[in-house]
Design a binder for this molecule. Sequence first.
Ligand code: SF4
Length: 145
Amino acid sequence: MDHGVIVDVEATRSIRQAEVGSTKTMLNRVKANFDLHPERLIADTAYGTGPMLGWLVGQKIAPHIPVFDKSGRNDGTWTRADFEWDAENDQYICPEGHELKQFRRNYSDPNRGPSGKGTARYRALKVVCQACPSKLKCCPNADAR
Ligand code: SF4
C-alpha cells in the first residue's frame, strides 16, 4: 500500500453492536460520497459475528475477520470440537454417537424456522441425553445438549 487515506470517521461507544453499526454507516457513506466500494474489509474478532459477516458478503465485500466463536467452554464439559459435523445431513454427532439437529420436522410456519439472528442451535433429544452415561461430561446442568 503506497498511501493510507482516512476517508471517513464514525465515533461510537465501545460496545460491539455500536461498532458494527458504525462500520455499515461508514461503508454506505463512502459509497455515497466518493463512490468507493472496498473489495475486502479487515477487522478484529468483535466484528466476526454471523450477521456482520453475512452482511459483508451480501455487499460483495470479502471479510478478512476472525470468526467470533462462542463454542468454547471453560467448565470442563465437552466443547463443540468434540462433536463431529455431518454436513450431508446438517447435524452434529455427539461423542456417544447421537444426532444433534436444528429441526426435527418441516415447519409450514416461517416464524418457526431458523432464528434469523445469524445463529443456529443443534440439539440432542432430551430422552436420549437423560439416559446417556456421559451426560455429566456433556451437559450436567441441562436436560439435553
Ligand atoms: S448427553 Fe446427549 S449429546 Fe451429550 S454425549 Fe450424551 S447423548 Fe450425546
